[in-house]
Design a protein around this ligand. Structure first.
Ligand SMILES: Cc1cc2nc3c(=O)[nH]c(=O)nc-3n(C[C@H](O)[C@H](O)[C@H](O)COP(=O)(O)OP(=O)(O)OC[C@H]3O[C@@H](n4cnc5c(N)ncnc54)[C@H](O)[C@@H]3O)c2cc1C
Length: 399
């Protein structure tokens, strides 16, 4: 029998995450959202407390100090954090996904070197990781499969003796300036097709030749830092590479499956918060002698919002399960959850604002924040147009 209920452990995890999000994250979300300087807009204290609970290391196996949770456990926590503030949630979600990339593809020695200190849960400080794939020449370009070797990733990693010299730049990278560890996708072979010519390296921000450029001022997700990573003859050892030379894009694609599940959960948390706000408002707002929820136009909108959220959650849970166990789930493409949930979040947040009427447009309610936050879910972790291309290629190609 298929069981759709959460286990006792999962219910406890959900309760811990929900209480934490309600107490530590939600009360400060509006204040951080309104901070003018994006370099200041960070809830360091709540992030430190989240790390003490292990929310940065949910996908790292216990043998290296992580929580060793499944993908289905992970999305329970991410949804709760995102319902409080999606930017806050994404800082941790990205860190979980990238630390899993190291756990899945690194050697034992690399995991000891990078993950052991990262997984520290003493609560003294926060621990975040960043990964630089996107470049000014296009986030989509790094996935280019054209045989012309001039196309694809522009950042290079030139072999020099036993080392690699990294040159180039990355942009829009989550956790820029706040991460203690950075990953980078770089071209190790400029003569081959981009798909087999990239490699993944990790380094700490004090590495000579690395610097941080512009920190972006964004429309939403304002508690999250996004910026430029600049590489000027940054020397890394062969041992700083995870996987083999040329395996960078397959490693990143596997990480994107995790990111798709993660963005699904982030979008669901955001949409749920918007729905709950709209539902409460509709019950309380009295117009022409009755609460507006009594008007069919409003109640049907709320029903549709709820249906869309539940559908996105089921799809995301199924893809999380398939990703966890490496199951090739025929008929459900891993990118479907991210595309569906992110577009659902845009629609649900917009409908929530409509239900609040003029009040939804004012800063007194978080409705306008939810709409701003939703706009980028269809862009990051694979723009939805490009993910549809991948789905079409995988599902309909005949050769
Ligand atoms: C808040 C935020 C956080 C981010 N965090 C990270 C991060 O941590 N690490 C990281 O590496 N990147 C990150 N990114 C970058 C993100 O992954 C890219 O923005 C995304 O991949 C799109 O790349 P681009 O912005 O360069 O758009 P482009 O690649 O320039 O594309 C522009 C438009 O054209 C469309 N398009 C491009 N190619 C095609 C095609 N073949 N067919 C149809 N349509 C196409 C795209 O869908 C898009 O709508 C982040 C971005 C944002 C906004």
């Amino acid at each position: 029998m298929i069981d759709f209920t959460l286990t006792e452990d999962q219910l406890s995890l959900q309760e811990v995450a929900r209480k934490f999000a309600e107490k530590e994250v939600k009360p400060k979300a509006a204040e951080i959202d309104r901070m003018a300087d994006p370099r200041q807009a960070f809830d360091a204290e709540a992030t430190r407390k989240a790390c003490a609970l292990g929310f940065h290391a949910m996908l790292v196996p216990e043998k290296w100090g992580g929580l060793g949770l499944t993908m289905n456990d992970f999305i329970i926590v991410i949804e709760e954090l995102a319902a409080a503030d999606i930017g806050f949630a994404m800082n941790l979600a990205v860190s979980c996904s990238v630390s899993k990339m190291i756990a899945d593809n690194g050697t034992e020695a690399q995991a000891e070197r990078w993950l052991r200190p990262y997984c520290d849960m003493r609560g003294d400080t926060h621990h975040l990781v960043a990964f630089g794939g996107t470049e000014p020449s296009g986030g989509t370009e790094i996935f280019c499969g054209d045989p012309d070797p001039r196309l694809g990733t522009r950042t290079t990693a030139r072999a020099d003796g036993g080392d690699y010299i990294i040159n180039g730049a990355k942009c829009f990278i989550t956790n820029t300036s706040r991460a203690e560890l950075y990953g980078v996708l770089a071209r190790t072979d400029k003569t081959k097709n981009n798909l087999v010519a990239n490699s993944v390296f990790f380094f700490t921000p004090d590495t000579p030749g690395f610097s941080i450029g512009k920190i972006e001022d964004k429309m939403g997700h304002r508690g999250m830092s996004n910026g430029e990573l600049i590489f000027d003859n940054m020397r890394l050892a062969k041992d700083d590479m995870i996987g083999a030379a040329g395996e960078g894009l397959p490693i990143l694609m596997r990480c994107y499956h995790v990111n798709g599940v993660m963005t699904g959960a982030l979008s669901i948390g955001l949409a749920r918060a918007a729905y709950e706000m709209a539902l409460n408002y509709a019950r309380e707002r009295v117009i022409w002698g009755q609460p507006i929820i009594g008007y069919q136009a409003i109640s049907h909108l709320l029903v549709d919002m709820k249906m869309q959220i539940e559908a996105a959650r089921l799809l995301t849970q199924r893809i999380a399960w398939a990703t966890q166990y490496g199951i090739h789930d025929k008929g459900i493409h891993p990118a479907m959850g991210k595309v569906f949930a992110s577009e659902m979040a845009r629609k649900v947040t917009t409908d929530a604002l409509q239900i609040l009427g003029g009040s939804g447009y004012m800063k007194g309610f978080p409705a306008e924040k939810y709409v701003r936050d939703s706009m980028v879910t269809t862009i990051y972790d694979g723009a939805n147009q490009v993910l549809r291309n991948f789905m079409a290629m995988d599902m309909f190609r005949t050769a």
